[in-house]
Design a protein. Structure first.
Length: 450
C-alpha cells in the first residue's frame, strides 16, 4: 500500500514565481484601515468623525476580532482605578456593552457578550459612514515615491486595489506594514512567541453554584485531573471562564505551544489542536468543578487567539524600562496600566512558576500608568503608515501589556486621529503636529495624562 503524502513536509523556499495581474482600483479614500478589530474600529470611526473618508478592510465575517469571532471572555481593565485610560472611543464601547447586558467581573474587568458586541461594532462603523468590507483580505501593497500608494485586497469579487492618502495597520500581525517593507521583530531572541488559545463558549452553567473559584482552587482540581490522565497536555495556566449570559460562559482555556503565527500550517495545526483539547476541558469541568455538572461545550471560536506576532519597528520602541519607570512622554497620546502578561512558553512547571512570579511583580498600584508616545505608532521609514493594536512598536515585554483590547482602543484612536490630521494638512508621519494631535484627541475624549 502506498503511504499518503504528508503535506506538512514542504520546503518554503523550493521555488519562486513572478505573478503579474492588472486589477481594478475600486476605491479612492483619505484613509485605508487594515483590520477591523478593536484598534481598527477605533481608528476608522475616529478618522471618519474628523471628516475623512475611510475604507475598512476586515478579513473575517464580523468586526471585533478577538472580542467577537475570537470569543475572548473579558475586556481587561479600561482604567487604573482612578483614571478611565481607554477614554473616548473605548468608553463608548464600554458603556454600550454594559447597556447590552455585559457584566463587570471582579470589579475592573468587563465580560463580553460576543454576539451583542458584533452588533455594537456594526452600528458604530456603519452609522458613522465608514466604507466597510468584510471577508476582505489585504494581500499586498504598491509603493509610490512617498510611501504606500495602493493597498491590494481580495474580497468576494476577487482582487482589487484601494488608493488612499494615509494607511493604518490594525491587522494584529502587522501584515500591511510587512508588505510595505517595514522593519519588524517577532518573539524573543529565538523568535519564539507566546502560545495561542482557541477560546470557546459554554451553556447550562449553574453560576450561583459555581461562584468564582480562585486560581489556586482551580490548580488543585487540575492537579487531580492530571493524575487521572484527563488531559493530553498538563497546562497549569488556566484563565478559566467568565459569565456572559444567564447560563452561558466564555472560556479562555487551553494553550497551544510551539506555535508560529506567520506559518499557515502551524496556524492550521493550532486550530485542530485547540478543538481537540476542548472536550478534555468539558470532561474536567463536568466532573471536577462545582456548578458545571450539566455544562455543555457549545462552540469553539472561529478565530484563533494569537497573543503575539510581528512588532513593527517605529520611531520609538516602547520598552520594559518604560513600563517599570511608569514613564511619561512629551508626545504621548494615551496611557495604560495592564500588567506584564507573557504566557508560559511550555507546560513545564518552571515556566508556570516564572509566569506567576512575573505577573505578580509587575502589577501597578491604583492611579499608576505608563505613557504611550506618538512615535510608537509610526512605522520607521514609511511616511504615510501608522500602526496600532498589538503590532505597534514595542518590545516583547511591553507588548504583552499593551496588546489587550482597551490598549488597542487607545492606540487605534490615536492612529486614526493622526492619519486624519495628516490628510487634512498634507503631512507625513514625522510632520504631524503633536500638540495639535493631542488637542484633537482631548476633544474626542481621550485620556492623555500630560
Amino acid at each position: 500500500m502506498v503511504e499518503p503524502r504528508h503535506w506538512l513536509s514542504y520546503n518554503k523556499h523550493m521555488s519562486q514565481i513572478e505573478y503579474n495581474k492588472q486589477i481594478e482600483v475600486r476605491y479612492e479614500v483619505d484613509v485605508f484601515v487594515a483590520g477591523g478589530g478593536s484598534a481598527g474600529v477605533a481608528a476608522a470611526v475616529t478618522a471618519v468623525r474628523q471628516g475623512r473618508s475611510v475604507f475598512l478592510a476586515e478579513g473575517h465575517s464580523c468586526l471585533g476580532g478577538m472580542g467577537t469571532a475570537g470569543l475572548v471572555p473579558l475586556f481587561m481593565q479600561f482604567g487604573d482605578g482612578e483614571h478611565f485610560l481607554a477614554d473616548g472611543l473605548g468608553r463608548e464601547v464600554f458603556e454600550r456593552v454594559l447597556k447590552a447586558g455585559g457584566r463587570l467581573y471582579r470589579e475592573k474587568y468587563l465580560a463580553i457578550p460576543s454576539e451583542k458586541l458584533k452588533r455594537i461594532y456594526d452600528d458604530m462603523v456603519v452609522s458613522n459612514s465608514v466604507c466597510l468590507s468584510l471577508q476582505t483580505l489585504l494581500v499586498g501593497v504598491v509603493q509610490g515615491d512617498k510611501g504606500i500608494e495602493y493597498a491590494v485586497c481580495r474580497g468576494s469579487g476577487g482582487l482589487f486595489a484601494v488608493r488612499a492618502r494615509a494607511y493604518v495597520d490594525c491587522t494584529g500581525n502587522g501584515d500591511l506594514a510587512a508588505e510595505a517593507g517595514a522593519e519588524f521583530e517577532i518573539g524573543d531572541k529565538q523568535g519564539a512567541v507566546m502560545p495561542s488559545t482557541l477560546c470557546s463558549i459554554w451553556a447550562n452553567i449553574d453560576w450561583e453554584k459555581a461562584g468564582d473559584p480562585t486560581l489556586q482552587e482551580i490548580l488543585i482540581l487540575l492537579d487531580k485531573a492530571f493524575r487521572d490522565k484527563v488531559f493530553t497536555v498538563e497546562d497549569r495556566h488556566h484563565s478559566g471562564m467568565a459569565q456572559t449570559g444567564v447560563t452561558l460562559g466564555s472560556a479562555n482555556i487551553g494553550h497551544i505551544f510551539d506555535f508560529d503565527p506567520l506559518d499557515e500550517m502551524s496556524v492550521t495545526s493550532a486550530y485542530v489542536a485547540g478543538r481537540k483539547y476542548l472536550p478534555e476541558y468539558e470532561h474536567f469541568y463536568k466532573h471536577y468543578v462545582k456548578g458545571f455538572a450539566k455544562a455543555e461545550l457549545v462552540s469553539s471560536a472561529s478565530l484563533l487567539g494569537i497573543r503575539e506576532s510581528r512588532r513593527v519597528i517605529g520611531d520609538y520602541v516602547l520598552s520594559s524600562d518604560d513600563y517599570f519607570a511608569r514613564r511619561q512622554f512629551a508626545d504621548q497620546v494615551g496611557g495604560y496600566c495592564y500588567e506584564i502578561d507573557i504566557h508560559p512558553g511550555s507546560s513545564d512547571q518552571s515556566e508556570f512558576a516564572r509566569f506567576t512570579s512575573e505577573i505578580g511583580a509587575s502589577k501597578y498600584k491604583p492611579g499608576e500608568y505608563y505613557g504611550i508616545p506618538y512615535r510608537c505608532l509610526t512605522a520607521r521609514g514609511i511616511d504615510n503608515l501608522w500602526v496600532a493594536g498589538r503590532c505597534l512598536s514595542a518590545d516583547k515585554i511591553m507588548q504583552s501589556s499593551l496588546r489587550v483590547m482597551p490598549g488597542c482602543f487607545i492606540t487605534g484612536q490615536a492612529a486614526g486621529m493622526a492619519a486624519s490630521l495628516a490628510v487634512a494638512h498634507g503631512w507625513g508621519t514625522k510632520q504631524v503636529d503633536v500638540p495639535e494631535l493631542q488637542r484633537k484627541l482631548g476633544e474626542a475624549g481621550a485620556f492623555l495624562g500630560v
